[in-house]
Design a protein. Structure first.
Length: 92
C-alpha cells in the first residue's frame, strides 16, 4: 500500500518541528509529498530488500535532477516548510 502525500507531509512536518538539531529525510519521502513527483510503484522506492542479495542499495531516483530543478513549486514548498519550522537562517 502506498503512503499518501498528506501522510508524508505530516511526517515531514513532525520531524521538522521536533527539537532535534538535524532533520534528515529520504528523497522518496520528499518527492512523495507531491502527486506529480511520487513514484507510482511503492516497491520501486525501497532502497534495500535484505532477503534478496541482488537488491542491495540499487535504488535509482525516477525523477532526474534536471526535471526536479525545473519544479519551482516543489522547491518553494520545501523552503516554506523549513522557514515555518525555524530551520532556516542559521539558527542551528
Amino acid at each position: 500500500q502506498q503512503c499518501t502525500p498528506e501522510v508524508l507531509d505530516m511526517v515531514v512536518k513532525q520531524h521538522l518541528w521536533s527539537p532535534s538539531c538535524w532533520a534528515v529525510f529520504p528523497i522518496q519521502d520528499l518527492l512523495g509529498m507531491d502527486d506529480r513527483l511520487k513514484c507510482n510503484n511503492p516497491r520501486g522506492d525501497q532502497i534495500n530488500w535484505p532477503p534478496n542479495p541482488q537488491h542491495y542499495w540499487r535504488w535509482r531516483c525516477h525523477v532526474t535532477m534536471e526535471d526536479l530543478v525545473k519544479r519551482d513549486d516543489f522547491a518553494a514548498n520545501l523552503k516554506k516548510l523549513m522557514q515555518e519550522s525555524g530551520r532556516c537562517g542559521g539558527k542551528y
